[in-house]
Design a protein around this ligand. Sequence first.
Ligand code: SF4
Length: 280
Amino acid sequence: MKKINTRKIKQIVSQLCIEANMNLRKDILNALKKALKVERNKRAKRILREIIDNARIAKTERLPICQDTGVAVVYCEIGQDVSIVGSEFEKAVNEGVREGYRKGNLRKSVVSSPIERENTRTNTPAVIHTRIVPGNKLRITVCPKGFGSENKSDIRMFEPTATTKDIKDFVLDVVRNCGAEACPPLVLGIGIGGTFEKAAGLAKLSLLRPIGKRNPKKHIGRLERELLGDINRLNIGPMGLGGKTTALAVNILEFPTHIAGLPVAVCVSCHATRSAKKVL
Ligand code: SF4
């Protein structure tokens, strides 16, 4: 049994919070550069150049890519042959988030109660998802999620008779409703199937898949490609000011569901779709 101390977990989470907020993912950066080459709208091109420049400055000057440094969503895949020793696991993850946001001078955006709205001043608690997987490794992924885009996410519980066109129309409506507030170009994570909460979880999880990598299931890969084409014909463009770069990617994950339903969740993410991971 491999032992991993929670001190190490805290340290890694802290580093990942800083890295994710300051280094734009390579696949997102490459997708932005590719979009810049094919975009014809002058204003859209200028905005794409500014977004790319912003990422370069953030990296070299050690500054956050965006002022909204998000809620820290932390995915932990724990190998079943790993023994976590030391303090409480979730406490260690939260201490890591607290330290990372303090050391990185990252904005603290979490309020303790959604009704009373008092800032916790630590950006904790994080949203932690743990999964037990085979093996003796611990994979930690930190995704700071900004709320300009998160607020535009949506879910619909379709009847099982819904068609692919119904699903597409729903996704297009979600994108139309984003406008500039979700800071396009977007990355859309879509979860289809499971239950209400499973679909939403899949939608967010799919944001971790590198841009340009299609779902290997043929019918899902085709739906991703068709949706991306339809979205980029909406002429919303970078920051909602026109152009054909409304989304960089549509990533879909599907899961078996009940005979009586068809849940579809759309997680909207922005040009600052961030994540950083480490395997222990
Ligand atoms: S939607 Fe994204 S780019 Fe816009 S403010 Fe929020 S985190 Fe920043």
